[in-house]
Design a protein around this ligand. Structure first.
Ligand SMILES: Nc1nc2c(c(=O)[nH]1)N=C([C@H](O)[C@H](O)COP(=O)(O)OP(=O)(O)OP(=O)(O)O)CN2
Length: 134
């Protein structure tokens, strides 16, 4: 049986850096190079949502509802922020794309239920991104 996914992307601009707390600044600079310094990306978060299509509307989920959740959970919290400081979680977790994929998936899955978040992509650029699959 075929499956349809409804997809939506949202962007936010934010700074991050990589620094392990057990290392000195000089050691972090050697370990991570330029990425040890705060640097900005225009992040793109993309969701793949699936579930039954409502016969009347032909929709899996209303776009207005999707956008409200993304605005509250992603844009309002992360746009123009420093990711290492936006949530105490990132005091003990480096804000890599891999970590952000897990972070956003864990928070967005319950927000979209019973619509199923099946896949999520967080991209720093077109050629650097991480994906999460349910
Ligand atoms: N495993 C990961 N490694 C790195 C990540 C990541 O999310 N996961 N992120 C970064 C940085 O944020 C960094 O900005 C990207 O590193 P950079 O060396 O600039 O990457 P590119 O080679 O793609 O950049 P060019 O401008 O094309 O040289 C680092 N590592």
């Amino acid at each position: 049986m075929s499956t349809v996914y409804f997809c939506r992307s949202v962007q936010f601009r934010a700074v991050h850096h990589y620094r392990l707390p057990e290392l000195t600044l000089a050691e972090n600079r050697r370990r991570f190079g330029p990425a040890a310094e705060p640097h900005e990306h225009l992040w793109t978060l993309t969701l793949w949502l699936t579930g039954p299509m409502e016969p009347g509307t032909g929709m899996i989920v209303d776009l207005v509802q999707v956008d409200e959740i993304l605005e509250a959970e992603v844009v309002a919290r992360f746009h123009n922020q420093h990711l290492n400081r936006v949530d105490p979680f990132f005091e003990s977790h480096q804000p890599s794309t891999e970590t952000l994929a897990l972070y956003f998936a864990e928070r967005l899955v319950p927000r979209f239920a019973p619509v199923r978040l099946a896949r999520l992509r967080i991209a720093e650029t077109d050629d650097l991104f991480a994906e999460w699959y349910a």
